[in-house]
Write a protein that binds this ligand. Sequence first.
Ligand SMILES: Cc1cc2nc3c(=O)[nH]c(=O)nc-3n(C[C@H](O)[C@H](O)[C@H](O)COP(=O)(O)OP(=O)(O)OC[C@H]3O[C@@H](n4cnc5c(N)ncnc54)[C@H](O)[C@@H]3O)c2cc1C
Length: 758
Amino acid sequence: MMKKVGIMTWFQYHNYGTALQVTALSETVRKLGYEPLVIDYSAKNKLPATLYDENLFHKYKNKIYKRIRMRNFISEEREQKFIDFYQQHLTFTKRCSLLSELEDLNQELDAFICGSDQIWAPSCFDSHYFLDFVSDNYKKIAYAPSVGLPVIADKDIQRQIRKLTRNFGFLSTREESGSVMISKLSGRKVETVLDPTLLLNSKQWHEISGYVEIDEKVPYLLVYMLGRNEQQWKRIYQIAKQKNLQVKIIPVFLSDLKREGCLKNSIGAIEFLSYIKNADYICTDSFHGMAFSINFHKEFTVFERFKEKDKLNQNSRIYHLLKKLNLENRLFHRQEDMKMLSDKIDYIQVEKIREMLKKESLHYLKNALELATQHQTDKKKHIQSDYSLCCGCGACEVVCPCDAIQIKMNQDGFYQASIDNQVCISCGRCRKVCPYIVRNDNQDIADAKLYAFKSKSAEVLSKSSSGGAAFHIASMLSEKGYAVAGCTFDVSSQTAKHIIIAPHRTETLSKLQGSKYMQSNFSEITEQLYRSDVPIVIFGTPCQIAGMRNLLKNRENVLFVDLICHGVPSYHLYEKYQAYLKEKGFDTENLTIKFRDKQFGWRERYIYSGDLNHSQSVYQDKDMYFLAFEHGFCYSHSCYECPYRDKSCADIRLGDYWGKRFEKDKTGVSEVVIMTEKGAEIIKELQNSGVAAVSEQDILDYITVQQMQNGREPVFWHSYVANLSNPDMKLEDITQYYIMPFQRRKKFRQAILKMIRR
Ligand SMILES: Cc1cc2nc3c(=O)[nH]c(=O)nc-3n(C[C@H](O)[C@H](O)[C@H](O)COP(=O)(O)OP(=O)(O)OC[C@H]3O[C@@H](n4cnc5c(N)ncnc54)[C@H](O)[C@@H]3O)c2cc1C
């Protein structure tokens, strides 16, 4: 059977270079005797939260706004052409949005290639493009990824790239400068290989795409410019005049449509190839515009898109290729370079060099594919052998027949499964209950019914985070003979942990009230939940509930309730917070924290800390714990890859009723989302009992206000968490460095939005 090779690269941006490089690599892999599958993953749309970004943001904010105004040229017909092109030429894997979905591919594919294009550019850093989801390092092949920039300014990105590239089976980049940089970082030898579009010649491109001959009566100069340098545009019209050619422009920006000679028909990848093939001269500042000019043996001039001092200067890829092929005189710097117009390119010489480079590149790829696809790993079949995420629910610990798994607090301050490989017998049972591996038993929030829920008891409201729905569900079921499993703040250990309250003990239920914005030690009750057959209602975060749903699959007498959750921070944050409070005179061994102190209202959040002698209630924007929690930069890795943002495995989901509908409410309203029939019955019963005001609302109130997508893990996660556990660092300094730039940015963004809406 043909071995399967996954290709991890950009394809989702419908631009010509991107579409043609992925097609070229896929075709090359096919020609080498493998089945290529493009991994259907789209880079997350938000820029990674880097401090470096932050500095750039302020520096370039005017530019950013200008750029937003200068919208790119996109037409529906053009988009459709790209979609059709992909359908014709590429085969995709299943859609992978989450790390765990990417990790599933470990069992399906025999090797993985990342590249080409600028997937390793620090400005678009995404660790998945470094194949971080591939469990066998030997199966990781980098083919021509481009770093793009001359330097990696951000130290955290540098550190991550070092870690990610060190263990690659086979390393190459597209430009020499990139290879030198990656080699320095990883301490490995890094090959420099040709962009895949140059591995195919014009005949092969014709065979692949079937590009058409353009019936143009008039000779023309084709322009494909990704930059907006008006001096360069002036020069282009001069060249056309000098050569007596008509200008034809492939539009990139909306404003290009106003330029003389702009093509008005929609141009997909095939038309792009056709226009280049039939052109008499080409002016471009695009790497692929230049690569295809060379492929089709065209006379061309290439411009520099970026200024030399620009921190985001990506010109190196152009310099590199021109230098390799002895074509440096095609680069337009200044007026004197106009003499190139009379020089003819010696394509016999160019082809000689290209053939040699192509041979070397293909040799590298062929060898890498052979070794990677043959490599066999003798790995244990447990939750960590192909997968990396864990929420510490403990379902795996309970089903393990040989006690190889234990939930412990790890060095980053999260409860997580720790596996003894010596003891593991590879039975795979743990994989069948893990909420990150088994993600089937869930339903879309969009299909569910939403209710607003507000307790009629002032006492219940004052202790609950929102409208007291959790308390009333627990108390009604407790009276009916259900045990209640939920999270309490344990003062003696200063941690959040799950406990089980026996049936009919309603007076104890207040222990569970209120959100604890920290990871609850859930595994302390997992064994008991598994072994007991008492009817029970279980409250927890969506991942904990998904784990329990997998574990207690066959139990009818369980009601699952999960919470809307944007993530849990590292315990190191809480330890730092304790140290800060200690300095202020608090007795941190007897500290009680209420993360949702309602004495000043519900929407304006206050955090209460108190011991026997002191207490304080601090506004959300002034409290360093809350600020860090809200910004979400030190959550567990699994929170950035949560499969349950828009789905739930529970019978009922609870949250705060944020948004406009109850914006004037002072004591709290819960969002109650009904996921199952069982859940619907409970809420109906509560509604009939009259303990709360319950009304059906539009599910859009949830969808438009709650966080339906995962936030991105910041690239400085490791240094941030390391600083949180560094005894020499103060919380004030850490907050200033890691949080405040983003807090200022948030305020700035809010101010701009206010201005726009006015
Ligand atoms: C970490 C976290 C993040 C959250 N993020 C959001 C959000 O982004 N948007 C939103 O609308 N709501 C969020 N919530 C939920 C919200 O804070 C309320 O819990 C929810 O509105 C229910 O309120 P209530 O008044 O009905 O019940 P509450 O009295 O507030 O209690 C709800 C239940 O939460 C459980 N619980 C408390 N802390 C934890 C914990 N750390 N782990 C597991 N279970 C816990 C308790 O067992 C209790 O039964 C979050 C909750 C947590 C714990």
